[in-house]
Write a protein that binds this ligand. Structure first.
Ligand SMILES: NC(=O)C1=CN([C@@H]2O[C@H](COP(=O)(O)OP(=O)(O)OC[C@H]3O[C@@H](n4cnc5c(N)ncnc54)[C@H](O)[C@@H]3O)[C@@H](O)[C@H]2O)C=CC1
Ligand SMILES: CC(=O)C(=O)O
Ligand SMILES: [Mg+2]
Length: 570
């Protein structure tokens, strides 16, 4: 079944139509539409196709040399014309994802106040808490809202507290939902919760446009976030609420607080956990071992590190049938003060709310002998995961120590953006003589292999390869919660598409250029699971999921418009 193009009735004319990114077609308005909507004198005479527009826009993009300039150009296209923006990106997905997402978006966010031109999204600011509901409704009244992406900007990618610039991670993550999973951009809301910032350089900058105040903490912070979440629950009870880049003391806590009340999803905890588990499932397929055979070091025991450990641990229980305590015992979590041991905890050098499950209880971990290198050597780790933001932490000595006791060490430097990677994949490959199975958080070029073997493609183990499908599956099935079993179903779907399953010398994960197909499979698996387990809120059955998903996907194509005074105006 193919989708039949709809004709839209619009009440917008002239300038108002050209300035509306959802409806604007620019030079692609037909002669009839130009007459009907007062556009004849407002446009050059030639009518372009979307193909022509994309070609022109791509050429313009290529005149910008630096990625950040390309990012700015694409942002300007986005606020002019959504169909053109998403169509252009879809045609050059592999090339342009790094421009609108990690690594370039990190730079755009860090420069937000200085490069600001036009606002996009919803700014909920602590000092305006009294008008929060009115401000929320101002942007959402009368609209269908399926997805809300929000950040309080305390831990943006690996670049820390970015204050109001954090709106850029909400809009980027939301754009990836549209691009990769086909979520209708008109049905999304991007939010920054501006509760101040502790970033001194922002506070000192006279051009900073966020709330110039120290970050609000404690009960006041909780009440502000709660006010927002209750608005979402009240006005959009069926939406998916996506949390992004909250600080380590809030991410997991807020997820737990709201999980059973609304469909909430923390991407850094759950999305990262899911994509890393899929990567590891693929790696153990190559090494012909089990998840529970691994000894896993997680370097950087924060939001992502802990999310990953919990997800892999739970999978060991479900897939290999091991006891939870035994599965937890496969992990060695390292943070700033070294391996997390009970001694370190007693010394007050672990985060207060760090779960005991992942704290080593052996008595013979001596202080001063718990560095990454010490742990790699002592436990003969088979998997090394980096979520520390500590660039270069996986030194040659560490990587060589991994390869010394392990045929195919799995090395996953996941910190973003690219400059924060714990080891460059080329080095990890060279230092292990091509033995390492590698995936990174940001995109990297393939690396040369010894003995004339074909280049090794570095998998991009980034939550963006799975969260759009997880979210779409949840929205499609109208689930009231995104359950662990739905997450596992999506993860299995991703893992089943790993190129390394067919060829062990190939990449551990599918290419980002295939992200739309991959996420379609993920979404279908999630929705099917939701229906099977009774989490879904739809009347139809599992056999309809695929076709419903196809029909629900938004695609960047122009629709025909007719003028109607009663028609749509926003
Ligand atoms: N590839 C992906 O999909 C994802 C990657 N990430 C990346 O992971 C990194 C961490 O993100 P979050 O977990 O959100 O941040 P976080 O701040 O919650 O965690 C970072 C942890 O690393 C620790 N750390 C910092 N310096 C260290 C050092 N020198 N040695 C050992 N530990 C150190 C910190 O104390 C903290 O516990 C970021 O670069 C982020 O971009 C995060 C989410 C998804
Ligand atoms: C990818 C992502 O969510 C992060 O680096 O925070
Ligand atoms: Mg994130």
């Amino acid at each position: 079944m193919t989708k039949t193009p709809r004709t839209l009735k619009l009440a917008l004319r002239g300038e108002a139509l050209l300035e509306h990114p959802q409806y604007n077609k620019g030079t692609a308005f037909s002669a009839r539409e130009r007459n009907e909507f007062g556009l004849v004198g407002r446009l050059p005479v030639k009518v372009n196709t979307l193909d022509h527009q994309c070609e022109r826009a791509y050429q313009q993009l290529k005149t910008a040399e630096k990625p950040i300039q390309q990012n700015e150009f694409l942002q300007s296209v986005k606020v002019q014309n959504w169909v053109l923006y998403y169509s252009l990106l879809g045609r050059h997905l592999r090339e342009l994802m790094p421009i609108i997402y990690t690594p370039t978006e990190a730079e755009a966010i860090a420069n937000y106040s200085r490069s600001f031109r036009r606002p996009e999204g919803l700014f909920l600011t602590f000092c305006n808490a009294d008008s929060m509901e009115a401000d929320y409704l101002e942007q959402t009244r009368g609209r269908t809202i399926d997805l809300i992406v929000c950040s309080d900007a305390e831990a943006i990618l690996g670049i820390g507290d970015q204050g109001v610039g954090g709106i850029g991670i909400s809009t980027a993550k939301s754009a990836v939902y549209t691009l990769v999973a086909g979520i209708d951009p008109a049905n999304t809301l991007c939010v920054v919760l501006d509760v101040g910032t502790n970033n001194k350089s922002l506070l000192d900058d006279p051009l900073y446009i966020g709330w110039p105040h120290a970050r609000v903490r404690g009960a006041e912070y909780d009440a502000f976030v709660d006010k927002f979440v209750q608005l979402v629950r009240k006005h959009h009870p069926h939406s998916l609420l996506h949390f992004e880049d909250f600080g380590v003391d809030n991410a997991q806590r807020l997820l737990e607080l709201y999980r059973d009340k609304h469909a909430v999803f923390n991407d850094d905890v759950q999305g990262t956990g899911a994509v890393t588990l899929a990567t590891l499932m693929s790696a153990v397929g190559v090494t012909k071992s089990k998840l529970s055979d691994q000894r896993i070091i997680v370097y950087g025991a924060g939001t992502a590190g802990l999310g990953i450990a919990a997800q892999i641990r739970d999978a060991m229980v479900v897939m290999d049938g091991v006891r939870k305590e035994d599965a937890s015992g496969k992990f060695y979590m390292i943070d700033k003060f070294g391996l997390l041991t009970k001694g370190l905890k007693q010394a007050g050098k672990t985060r207060q709310n760090f779960p005991d499950d992942f704290i080593r209880t052996e008595d013979d971990w001596t202080e001063g002998q718990t560095s990454l290198l010490d742990v790699v050597k002592r436990v003969k780790a088979t998997v090394l995961i980096g979520t520390s933001t500590h660039a270069g932490a996986f030194t040659r000595e560490v990587v060589e120590a991994m390869a010394a006791h392990c045929d195919r060490p799995v090395i996953l430097p996941l910190s973003n953006p690219s400059k924060l990677v714990e080891v460059h994949p080329k080095d990890a490959n060279d230092w292990t003589g091509g033995k390492a199975l590698i995936a990174t958080g940001s995109p990297f070029e393939p690396v040369k292999m010894p003995n004339g073997k074909k280049d090794y493609v570095i998998a991009e183990c980034n939550n963006a390869l799975i969260y759009p499908g997880l979210g779409f599956g949840c929205i499609l099935s109208k689930s009231r919660s995104l359950t662990d079993t739905m997450l596992i179903a999506g993860t299995r779907a991703l893992a089943s598409l790993s190129p390394a399953l067919k060829d062990p010398d190939d990449s551990l994960l599918p290419d980002f250029g295939d992200a739309p197909d991959v996420n379609f499979h993920v979404a279908v698996a999630v929705a099917e699971q939701a229906i099977e387990e009774g989490s879904a809120g739809v009347e139809w059955g599992k056999d309809e999921v695929k076709e419903r998903a196809r029909q629900a996907r938004w695609e960047p194509v122009y629709q025909e418009y007719v003028y109607d005074v009663e028609g749509l105006r926003d």
